[in-house]
Design a protein around this ligand. Structure first.
Ligand code: HEC
Length: 174
């Protein structure tokens, strides 16, 4: 009985959160990366992108969602890689905290960062990747564009060149 009640409660919370996430219209700040001019506005509406994977970074204690726009989603569904121009892959990172109602479970707490990759073969070509990289860090006063350069993004992601420079593979749902 208790379990049934609890799962009903959890389900309704989850549903409320889902609605919240999908209907929220974003008003992202008008900021851009200093080195490649990619703007936060470039992913306006990302809340409605499709979540394809969830990661947990143990060393950073950070929960991550990977979301893709419809161009990338269609391509992934068709097994098409490299992804086509116009594909956008977004990563949201949250700190985690114990759930107040169930401390053995963790839940997302504060957003730490939002970052994205956009496929644009006209603009980007770091040894054939055709991806542009952007990261926006959440601070107490809103978001701030990453100012330490995208070279580190390029270098680390080049280690998964054979997977179109993506670490993510869509998570199975069934
Ligand atoms: C030292 C390695 C490293 C660096 C540097 C790095 N990443 Fe990643 N990135 C990863 C790993 C590992 C994942 C998958 C795990 C995760 O979600 O954190 C990932 C995932 C991503 C994803 C989701 C798509 C994918 O490839 O799985 C995006 C978008 C992304 N990173 C953007 C960036 C941006 C933008 C930068 C630079 C500001 C950056 N990354 C720097 C290692 C790195």
């Amino acid at each position: 009985m208790k379990t049934a009640l609890l799962s009903a409660l959890l389900a309704s919370i989850l549903l409320a959160q889902t609605n919240h996430n999908t209907t929220e219209t974003s008003k992202v700040p008008d900021i851009q990366m200093p080195d490649n001019n990619l703007s936060f506005k470039g992913i306006e509406g990302y809340q409605n992108y499709k979540v394809i994977a969830t990661h947990f970074r143990v060393d950073k204690n950070e929960l991550r969602y990977i979301l893709v726009n419809s161009i990338a989603y269609q391509a992934l569904k068709n097994g098409q890689k490299p992804l086509p121009d116009g594909s956008k892959v977004v990563k949201i990172g949250w700190s985690v905290k114990k759930m107040s109602m169930w401390p053995d479970a963790l839940e997302a707490d504060k957003i730490q960062r939002i970052e994205y990759m956009v496929k644009d073969s006209q603009t980007f070509n770091h040894q054939g990747d055709h991806w542009g990289y952007a990261r926006f860090i959440k601070t107490e006063n809103g978001y701030k564009a990453w100012d330490k350069g995208v070279q580190s993004c390029i270098s680390c992601h080049s280690s998964v060149q054979e997977n179109d420079y993506l670490f993510t593979n869509p998570q199975k749902l069934f």
